[in-house]
Write a protein that binds this ligand. Structure first.
Ligand code: NAD
Ligand code: FES
Length: 280
């Protein structure tokens, strides 16, 4: 069993937990993820490691309430336990090979997985220009944390309630247009955002990496649930990723696969088994 040590509600739909998992914390590197189960019959969900503290033996996870499991998890309080917490999984982040600016783009709950990567660059002495955006001010998370590890932080909201009015891709356009060399763009967020950004950067020939978050089951490359086509070849996000060259990813297939269990997910919302007493 794994203890939830601290809880922070980041927005109406986003929650942060520090989880006591000393063995995971000892090995975790930026870019890796964990798979958890709330109880022994529960769904396995992958979540990016947002931070780790090997001395305290804790891993930080941040998630948005999108389905039954994340709604149940959000109802838990500090001091409670979850059944499984496996990791670190996936490949750690890599550093760009070319000189130039690093631009990190985080959309919505994708700001959580981009934060450890920006922090990793920062710890390596590299400057990162960060862009974060959310639907409204209330959905924006980790602004202070991102500011601390970024050379510049640019913020936007879809409705203009905070920062610039527009999508993260609108702010990115300024960087693409100003002609300063860009070593790498790293984009993490919902699939439509990542697809829009790789289409936007392709004509500029700027390396653009994305971090994917598909359905996962075993997390070891055996079940095939997390498969994605990259450069025409089948890859498994859990062992070959989660970071891939965005210009090589088949986003149409990914979007279709992400909708495969939509009906079941909706149905599951009415059948909470976790005992949290929620209405879901
Ligand atoms: P959202 O729809 O609120 O979008 C967040 C931001 O992304 C927007 O504010 C906008 O700036 C940008 N964006 C969205 N659509 C865009 C488009 N078509 N073009 C350009 N920019 C666009 O996102 P959300 O509700 O916070 O995110 C939820 C989704 O993120 C879920 O589907 C979840 O599966 C996914 N997710 C991905 C990761 C990952 O590692 N890639 C991690 C967690 C969640
Ligand atoms: Fe099973 Fe990746 S989760 S192959």
């Amino acid at each position: 069993m794994y203890k939830l040590v601290t809880k922070r509600v980041l927005s109406d739909v986003s929650t942060l937990f520090e989880v006591e998992a000393p063995l995971v914390a000892r090995k975790a590197k930026p870019g890796q993820f964990i798979i958890l189960r709330i109880d022994e019959k529960g769904e396995r969900i992958p979540l990016t490691i947002a931070d780790s503290d090997p001395e305290r033996g804790t891993i930080t996870i941040i998630f948005q309430e999108v389905g039954l499991t994340t709604k149940c998890l959000a109802k838990k309080e500090a001091g409670e336990y979850i059944a499984d917490f496996v990791g670190p999984l996936g490949k750690p982040m890599e550093f760009p090979e070319h000189p130039g600016r690093i631009i990190a783009v985080g959309g919505g709950v994708g700001i959580a997985p981009i934060y450890p990567k920006v922090k990793g660059f920062y710890k390596a002495g590299m400057d990162v220009f960060s862009i974060i955006g959310a639907r409204t001010k209330d959905f924006l998370i980790l602004e202070d944390e991102m500011r601390l590890v970024s050379k510049e932080l640019h913020v936007c909201t879809d409705d203009g309630s905070y920062g610039r009015h527009g999508f993260v891709s609108d702010l990115l356009q300024n960087f693409l247009a100003d002609g300063e060399p860009i070593a790498e763009i790293i984009a993490v967020g919902p699939l439509p955002m990542m697809r829009a950004i790789v289409n936007q950067t392709r004509p500029y020939g700027v390396k653009t990496v994305v971090s994917l978050n598909p359905i996962m089951v075993d997390g070891t490359g055996m079940c095939g649930a997390c498969r994605v086509t990259v450069a025409g070849k089948t890859k498994f996000t859990c062992v070959d990723g989660p970071v891939f060259d965005g210009h090589q990813v088949d986003f149409d297939e990914l979007v279709a696969r992400s909708r495969m269990y939509q009906a079941e997910e909706k149905q599951a919302l009415g059948h909470c088994r976790c005992g949290c007493g929620g209405e879901h």
